[in-house]
Design a protein around this ligand. Structure first.
Ligand SMILES: [Zn+2]
Length: 283
């Protein structure tokens, strides 16, 4: 399993982004792995705290380990939006190769302190750390952030944050939100360029589901090296499953009734990989 640090540094040099797909179980992992293999793309499998509660760190790590044996691809297993030192420690010990500590809800100095503590632990284990400064609005995993509580990332503070914590990558808040949008989001691309000028580590775009492709491409051109995709994959999976079960009310074999869900999700994963420009990156 690879460390995302190298994936993201390669992406920065190559001016593309590595897709990070939120998975929930074996089938959703298979979908994104097959899409990545078909397109010769590096891939990050991401698990939120809710997914870790649902599937367990050990099973998720075992799926990723097996994927590394089956696919000749750079594959990372990443903890997405974990908020406590303890949950990140459990993931690292289970075999995750990359973690995000999200202490963005805390005041600046407390965010730095919690993040730096995670960096010290993770780097001892050769694990990459992403952190967040600024707050994205929206709902992820049942955690809601009000529009009023959301805040864009300040470029100077971002530079200080990166320097004082020693993180490997930074999630920026530039106008995206988690989940679906009420109206078409407008990204603050000028702010992204200003952050890029001042911050020397790879930048990460969260909340990119439902953002127009053109805006995502422009964000990558301005320095985004990792694009997170969660909601945009959940919807086609659920739609495919619903459609199949409505058409086949007698169906009771998960190996059959999950097929259409996987196909629908796979088509979106393929689209996202091409959008990131990471297709064809791996020999
Ligand atoms: Zn996120």
């Amino acid at each position: 399993m690879v460390n995302t640090k190298y994936l993201l540094e390669d992406a920065r040099r190559g001016r593309y982004a590595v897709p990070a797909f939120n998975i929930h179980n074996l089938e959703t992992a298979q979908v994104v792995l097959e899409a990545a293999a078909a397109l010769h793309s590096p891939v990050i499998l991401a698990a939120t705290p809710g997914t870790v509660r649902h599937a367990g760190c050990g099973y998720l790590a075992a799926i990723a380990q097996e994927a590394c044996r089956q696919y000749d691809l750079p594959i990372a297993l990443h903890m997405d939006h974990h908020e406590t030192f303890e949950s990140i420690r459990d993931g690292i010990l289970a075999g995750f190769s990359s973690v995000m500590i999200d202490a963005s809800m805390l005041p600046f100095e407390e965010n730095i302190a919690r993040t730096a503590r995670v960096v010290a632990l993770a780097h001892r284990h050769g694990v990459t750390v992403e952190a967040e400064l600024g707050r994205l609005a929206g709902v992820e995993d049942g955690l809601a952030v009000d529009d009023a509580d959301s805040a864009y990332t300040d470029p100077d503070r971002a530079a200080e944050f990166a320097r004082r914590t020693g993180i490997d990558s930074l999630a920026v808040a530039i106008g995206t939100a988690h989940g679906l949008y009420k109206s078409t989001p407008k990204l603050d691309l000028g702010r992204l360029s200003a952050i890029r000028e001042k911050v020397d580590i790879p930048l990460v775009l969260h909340g990119a589901s439902d953002v127009p492709d053109e805006a995502v491409r422009e964000a990558i051109a301005r320095g985004i090296c990792k694009v997170n995709v969660a909601t945009d994959l959940k919807i086609p999976f659920a739609q495919g499953l619903r459609e199949y079960l409505l058409a086949h009310p007698e169906a009771n074999d998960p190996r059959q009734y999950l097929q259409l869900a996987k196909e629908r999700m796979g088509a979106v994963a393929v689209h996202k990989i091409k959008l990131c420009g990471s297709d064809g990156v791996c020999p």
